[in-house]
Design a protein around this ligand. Structure first.
Ligand code: TRP
Length: 335
């Protein structure tokens, strides 16, 4: 990847991050920050779109997600971490982009469709929620980001962003905004510990990035495996088996995991052996993250100061793009 790559990505601040976030994007961002200019957004404005009346939860979790970033190895000297709501230029840009998309196109966005179902909005969809893909396009384009590390559930957002970019540039007859590309990690999705496709705090099937050793062990013990694998000697299923999904994501020895899978399928390999291996791996992975999190957490004033610096820097960049957008639209009466 060239030095020039600009990365913009982030997370909704509805709760501390879990291992699904870590495997789906955070781990990649820690690597990418050495090779690109990275902006990391704490998406509190976006979190407001489906948390009406729960705004306190959203604002309380801004610092929690920032702590998760720092603990996982995001270095504020390399990545610019900033708070979405404190960059009003993003709202301004959203307003102009909103004219370039139809309501029906938004309703057809697969991520939105799925989320509407998940939240049971039915016909009562908050307009802010329906249009959040446009706000997300504003986030990405305000920084002229070329790469966006996200989980695969966010791919339709990238598609929608690029549609808006082409539409805007075509409308003004200039290349003002820049198209972007999604960056998917090798293992893009971790299932919930209960075997459901998606790990999520609200589904109660997640493991927090800051989980205690005890919480980790309990979660591993509770993990869904193969309900048909009753005796050790029985052949077992690898597909849909959460323990194997986790081993795929965390085990540094894929050849050993392949052997375990074959053994499990033949029969003769107990769940407890696999779970013990996974428990050790997760404990090793999360111990340094938890320790770092506790350290940062002891000095929240410093974390806030870091966020203020990052936000100021981000704001300056977004303001430049918005000025270009407004100029292209003729909205520059005084200059
Ligand atoms: N939609 C993302 C999520 O659900 C958060 C987000 C907001 C984002 N703006 C973004 C991600 C821009 C990537 C790029 O967590």
């Amino acid at each position: 990847m060239s030095q020039q790559a600009i990365i913009l990505t982030g997370d909704r601040t509805t709760g501390p991050l879990h291992l699904g976030h870590y495997v789906g994007s955070l781990r990649a961002r820690v690597e990418l920050q050495h090779r690109a200019t990275q902006f990391l957004l704490l998406a509190d404005t976006q979190a407001m779109t489906d948390n009406v009346g729960r705004h306190q939860k959203v604002t309380d979790n801004v610092i929690e997600v920032a702590l998760d970033y720092l603990a996982a190895g995001i270095d504020p000297a390399k990545s610019t971490i900033f708070i979405q709501s404190q960059v009003p230029e993003l709202c301004e840009l959203s307003m102009y982009l909103l004219n370039l998309v139809t309501v029906s196109r938004l309703e057809r966005n697969p991520t939105i469709k799925q989320e509407i179902q998940l939240r049971g909005f039915e016909r009562d969809i908050p307009a802010g929620f329906l249009t959040y893909p446009v706000a997300q396009a504003a986030d990405i384009t305000a920084f002229r980001a070329t790469r966006v590390p996200v989980g695969d559930d966010q791919l339709p957002m990238i598609e929608q962003t690029n549609e808006l970019v082409r539409r805007f540039n075509h409308t003004v007859g200039q290349e003002v905004l820049v198209e972007c590309e999604a960056v998917l990690s090798a293992v893009t999705r971790l299932p919930g510990i209960d075997g459901r496709a998606k790990m999520s705090k609200s589904l109660g099937n997640s493991i927090a990035l800051g989980a205690t050793p005890d919480e980790i062990s309990k979660a591993v013990k509770a993990m869904y495996t193969d309900p048909g694998h009753l005796r050790v000697d029985d052949p077992g299923q690898v597909e849909g088996n959460v323990v194997f999904a986790f081993l795929d994501a965390f085990d540094p020895d894929p050849a050993a995991v392949a052997e375990l899978k074959a053994h499990y399928q033949r029969g003769g390999l107990g769940d407890s052996v696999l779970k013990r291996r996974l428990d050790v791996l997760l404990q090793e992975t999360l111990a340094p993250i938890r320790a770092a999190r506790e350290q940062y957490s002891a000095d929240r004033g410093e974390v806030l100061a870091m966020l203020r610096r990052g936000t100021e820097k981000a704001r300056a960049v977004a303001a430049c793009t918005v000025a270009d957008v407004k100029r292209a639209l003729g909205l520059n009466y005084f200059s």
